[in-house]
Design a protein around this ligand. Structure first.
Ligand code: PRP
Length: 222
């Protein structure tokens, strides 16, 4: 990222379709997540918990359809989600977030997608793809804790768009202004949910202040 101009945080705070969590419990958990002393087991648990809270926020506008239900006393009309829900964890750091989502929507389909960022070029490379060929979803959530240069998220959304899903959302934990701006410029038709917007990227494409490498910290591969 050396020499690449980056937008300031204030410049991307009010982008359309970008939702930055204001939930105090999310803010509280974020502090423990950032702490360098937080061990992998605790870190993974926090990613899952923040994932569940973000899932609650990101699913607030899902469509419902009426359905008849029989209580122990009488029949009535309830509601159920109209159409399936998909979760695409971007491997591997997205796995903890996806687990958090599944606690909120246990019957969601999970479509694994492996993208690895080349640490020299910062370009994302696809190495695994288990997206089904038939789609019956109302929405698919691409989940990945870190939105740094935005390359991985942009590629993941482009791959999902080839499946003609009616609605696609991106859900992350921490975003850098540079990646957030790029993602919303390349894919202006998706909603983006994040827990925190940080300050910048360093020369190596790491988010500052950030939390380090979310994949390594979840899985203990330092
Ligand atoms: C990290 C992170 C994102 C990506 C973000 O994954 O989890 O997927 O980099 O960077 P970008 O916005 O610049 O593309 P990484 O490639 O390190 O793989 P991992 O999940 O296996 O740790």
């Amino acid at each position: 990222m050396q020499g690449v101009p980056q937008p300031r945080r204030e410049e991307v705070l009010n982008l359309p379709r970008v939702h930055i969590s204001r939930h105090p419990v999310v803010a509280h958990k974020m502090t423990a997540l950032r702490d360098r002393r937080t061990p992998p087991t605790e870190f993974y648990r926090l990613v899952k918990e923040i994932g569940a809270l973000l899932a609650y926020e990101a699913t607030a506008h899902l469509s419902l359809e009426p359905v008849e239900v029989e209580t122990p006393l009488q029949k009535t009309v309830g509601q159920r989600l109209a159409g399936g829900i998909g979760i695409t964890p971007i491997l591997r750091a997205g796995l903890g977030l996806a687990e958090g989502f599944r606690e909120v929507i246990p019957d969601a389909q999970v479509w694994h997608l492996g993208l690895r960022r080349d640490e020299r070029t910062l370009q994302a490379q696809e190495y695994y793809n288990r997206l089904p060929s038939t789609v019956n979803l109302q929405v698919c959530y691409a989940v990945d804790p870190m939105l740094a240069t935005g390359g991985s998220a942009i590629d993941a959304i482009s791959i999902l768009k080839q499946r003609h899903i009616p609605r696609i959302c991106y859900v992350g934990i921490i975003a850098a202004p540079y990646g957030l701006l790029r993602l919303s410029q390349v894919h202006p038709d998706i909603d983006i949910y994040i827990a925190a917007l940080d300050e910048s990227l360093n020369d190596y494409g790491f988010i500052l202040p950030g939390l380090g490498d979310a994949g390594d910290r979840q899985f203990g591969t330092f």
